[in-house]
Structures are given as structure tokens and as C-alpha cells.
Design a protein around this ligand. Structure first.
Ligand SMILES: [Zn+2]
Length: 486
């Protein structure tokens, strides 16, 4: 059968940036075999050391999750499309706001004018707007996505908006984070957003939670809210929020972005899946870069953020068709949308029939997300930026390998390096000299560690070091006269 495999952006590194592969196969398993025959690097991304499909990759045949079909044995037909979607990191429903809470809200004259657009809509009208005004929504992560969500919800009149974020406004963030202004630089993002929302709509209450969500505080923080929006940028927070929402019966709207692509879904409802149902395990640390490390087109948060806010309004008003059991995946650059059907996993450790996770405090999320070192694994040697700067200026015989993506190298140059993307390392190891030190450089110091592990697995025995903190930390030390942004 002639079929096509379509890869999400973060998997394209394994196929030399090819987004679509046409091939012949009779089953999903045959198609994956044909894909990895053509692109051997893809095998490492898709399969673990036992040859099992990695838990962070979901496969859809014509928008249907293969877990709802016949798994990798699902038969294919001419013209079928297979979508490979990694974790980054339907149906109408009842309003999450009770009738009593809705009735307790009174709409005053000033609110009738301010909210007149919604009041004119049959699907929202007075009851829906009262529910919006009665609702309490926590937005976790007030960056590009969370900022758009918070602004839309404030303007909509959501009664209380929680802003959970521990970071500060940075210059690099301003291109995508329009909730923050240049004058907010170095202020806490949660506090700056609170000020902005107050100006936008003084009728809503905003609460800044200026702390990192952890197993110790997440349940206490989400307890005050009806709905949680996950607009964070790391897998530790995402699994923590999803688990906490399931364990505390809170619906969650999940949104994520990568370069030009975004996904939105609703998790944690009674009948719908949670994050662990969709992605039982996060990708290995460093394999999927964050937006900060991989770039994002600045219009995308506007699109995905508005979609997230729309899902929140649907959950509040009980109208429309929320993305429960469905993942909306959008490629803004080629303007393609797919609504992928998902489902609750009866074996899910949090929301399945026999859950084994009963408290977030019991999970070591750093460990789960591969951020903690495996004691059995040979430790990775790190090199401090100062040390590397010294060795470069001394003219030491070393090889520096840059494993960053081309767009990252275009913004921050590192002259005099050997450029090898992670996906090509194993096959290009002969370009390295095992007699001298090889130093790996990436953006944040995580993919360089992955690079060393990849080469060790491939049998390379020369001395290898990872640049501590990556280029982001090292640029000002190694290139003090050129600034961080070259
Ligand atoms: Zn689940």
C-alpha cells in the first residue's frame, strides 16, 4: 500500500528535516520499519533499547490513535496518512460552574456594556457570562502562551485569574510575550502580568503566585480554582500539573508550541484522558528543546493562546465542543490543522481503573523526566565555560562539536566548531579524534549530554566533555567582547 508518514517538527531531526515520507507498507509496524530503514537515526528516537516504541511518541492513522485501532499491527490502505506526534513538552460537557454559583452573580450596568459582545451570543448570553464572572482560572506559566490566555480571560471577565510563574521578564521574551512591556524587564512575570490585567479589566480579581509549582505546593495552589491552564515550558511542570489536576478533580487545558506548530487539548475531565494517558513517559531529557532553545514564530502564541482561552470559555459555559479526547495539532506555517482522536487509557497510573499514583508528593518528577543522573550510568564530565575559554585562547588541541540546530547557530555563532546534529553523531563519529578531548556544545547544556550518551552507546571511547550551562551561559564568558547575541 502506498502511504505517507507525516512527522511533527521535533521528530524531523531524525529524517534530515524531511517533514513527510512517502513509502509502501501494509501495516503501521511495516511502515515504521520502512521509515527506519531509510532513516536509521529515526530508530533511536522512536524505539527504546528493547525495540519497543517509546512512550512519548503517539501514532495516528488518518487522525485515529492506533491504540484505539490495532496498535502497530493496524492495517494500512492506499492513501493512508500516519502522523507521528511526540509529547511537547470531544464532546459537549457540562459547565464546571454550578447553577448556584452562576445565580449568585449579578450583572451591573457597567458590565452589560463591557461584556455586550458575549451577551449577544446565544451560546453564552447572560447565563454564560455570569458563569464566566463566577469562575476562577489558574494560568500556570505566564510566558508567551500563558500571557495571551490571561489577557483573553481577563477581558472576557473571568472572576478570578491566578498567575503562577517564578520567572522574570527578559529581553528575549518580549518578542513573543506581549503581556509584558519593555519597562517590565527584570520584573517578576506574574507581578507584571497582574498589573497589565488590572489595566485591561479592573473588574476581575488577579492573584500572583510568584513561585515554582512543586509537589509540595501545587495542590494547595490549584485548590482555589475551577480550571487550570498549563502553559508551562517544561515536562516536570506538565506532568506535575496533570497529576495534580486528576487527583484533585480539576479540568486542565493544555497548550504547547514548537517553532511554527502548536497543540491544544483538554485533560483531566471525568471521561477524558490525562497527560499520562496520552504520553505515558516524557521524552528523554534534552531530546525535545524548549521554545527558548528552539525559537517560536511570534504570532503562534496568539493563535494557540486564543484557542486555549476558547477551550476555557467552553468549559465554563458548558457550550460548544471542547477538545476532550481530542488533540488539535496545528502547523501555522503551512496552515494545516488536524484534530486527532485520543482516549482515556484504562491502564493509566493516575486516572486508569487501578491507579497507582495517589499523591503528587510521592513522585520524583525530576527523576521521571530524566533530569536526575542514573547512578548506574557513567557520569558525564562537564567543562566550565571559563576553562573552555582558557583552552581556546591557549590554542589547545581540542575538538569542539556544536550539536545545535541551524536556526540556533544562525542567531548565536560559535566559530571554529565542528557542526554535527545529534541525529548524525553516531554515523559521523569517525570525524572525531579519540586521542584528544572533544567538547560538546548545545544551547542549554542538556542536548550536549545527550550527545555524549549517544556516542558512548555507539562505541566511541575518546574523552568527551559537555559545556556546562550550554552556549546560553557560556557566550558572555567565551566571547566577552561580542555580547550574548551575535
Ligand atoms: Zn490518565
Amino acid at each position: 500500500m502506498k502511504i505517507r508518514i507525516i512527522l511533527a517538527a521535533s521528530l524531523k531531526t531524525f529524517t534530515d528535516r524531511t517533514p513527510e515520507v512517502a513509502l509502501e507498507a501494509d501495516t503501521v509496524s511495516g511502515a515504521l520499519q520502512a521509515l527506519t530503514d531509510e532513516y536509521p537515526e529515526a530508530a533511536r528516537g522512536l524505539f527504546d533499547e528493547n525495540g519497543d516504541l517509546r512512550g512519548f511518541v503517539n501514532i495516528y492513522v488518518n487522525d485515529r490513535d492506533i491504540r484505539t485501532l490495532k496498535g502497530i499491527g493496524t492495517p494500512l490502505h492506499d492513501g493512508d496518512e500516519i502522523f507521528l506526534i511526540p509529547a511537547i513538552a470531544g464532546g459537549a460537557c457540562e459547565s464546571v460552574i454550578s447553577t448556584e454559583r452562576m445565580k449568585a452573580v449579578t450583572i451591573e450596568e457597567k458590565e452589560i456594556r463591557r461584556y455586550s459582545n458575549h451577551l449577544q451570543l446565544k451560546e453564552i448570553s447572560i447565563k454564560g457570562q455570569k458563569r464566566i464572572m463566577a469562575s476562577r482560572v489558574l494560568v500556570a506559566g505566564i510566558g508567551a502562551l500563558g500571557g495571551v490566555v490571561a489577557e483573553r480571560l481577563a477581558a472576557a471577565g473571568v472572576g478570578t485569574i491566578g498567575l503562577a510563574d517564578a520567572q522574570e521578564v527578559t529581553l528575549e521574551g518580549l518578542q513573543t510575550q506581549t503581556i509584558h512591556s519593555t519597562r517590565d524587564l527584570e520584573r517578576p512575570r506574574a507581578a507584571a502580568a497582574k498589573d497589565r490585567l488590572k489595566k485591561l479589566n479592573p473588574l476581575v480579581t488577579t492573584v500572583a503566585h510568584q513561585e515554582q509549582l512543586t509537589g509540595d505546593n501545587v495542590e494547595e495552589i490549584i485548590a482555589d480554582y475551577d480550571i487550570v491552564v498549563d502553559a508551562t515550558d517544561n515536562f516536570v511542570s506538565r506532568y506535575l500539573i496533570s497529576d495534580a489536576c486528576v487527583l484533585n478533580g480539576k479540568p486542565e487545558v493544555f497548550g504547547a508550541m514548537y517553532q511554527y506548530e502548536g497543540v491544544v487539548t483538554v485533560l483531566g475531565t471525568k471521561d477524558g484522558p490525562c497527560l499520562r494517558c496520552l504520553y505515558p513517559s516524557p521524552p528523554p531529557a534534552g531530546i525535545v528543546p524548549t521554545c527558548a532553545a528552539s525559537g517560536v514564530v511570534n504570532t503562534l502564541p496568539g493563535i494557540i493562546g486564543a484557542m486555549i482561552a476558547t477551550e476555557v470559555l467552553k468549559l465554563i459555559t458548558g457550550g460548544g465542543e471542547p477538545l476532550i479526547g481530542k488533540v488539535l495539532a496545528m502547523d501555522s506555517w503551512n496552515l494545516r490543522y488536524h484534530t486527532l482522536h485520543t482516549g482515556k487509557d484504562s491502564g493509566c497510573p493516575v486516572c486508569g481503573r487501578s491507579p497507582v499514583i495517589r499523591a503528587v508528593q510521592d513522585i520524583d518528577y525530576d527523576d521521571f523526566c530524566g533530569l536526575r543522573e542514573d547512578p548506574d550510568e557513567e557520569p558525564i564530565d562537564l567543562i566550565e565555560p571559563e576553562e573552555l575559554a582558557r583552552r581556546i585562547s591557549d590554542g589547545d588541541r581540542i575538538t569542539i562539536v556544536d550539536v545545535r540546530e541551524p536556526h540556533e547557530r544562525a542567531v548565536h555563532r560559535f566559530p571554529g566548531t565542528l557542526i554535527i546534529p545529534i541525529g548524525q553523531l553516531a554515523r559521523r563519529q569517525k570525524e572525531l579524534d579519540p586521542e584528544i578531548d572533544t567538547i560538546f556544545v548545545c544551547m542549554e547544556g542538556k542536548r550536549s549530554i545527550l550527545a555524549i550518551r549517544t556516542l558512548r552507546e555507539a562505541g566511541y571511547t575518546g574523552p568527551m566533555y559537555s559545556l556546562k550551562g550550554g552556549f546560553e551561559t557560556a557566550a558572555q564568558i567565551i566571547f566577552p567582547n561580542e555580547g550574548a547575541w551575535l
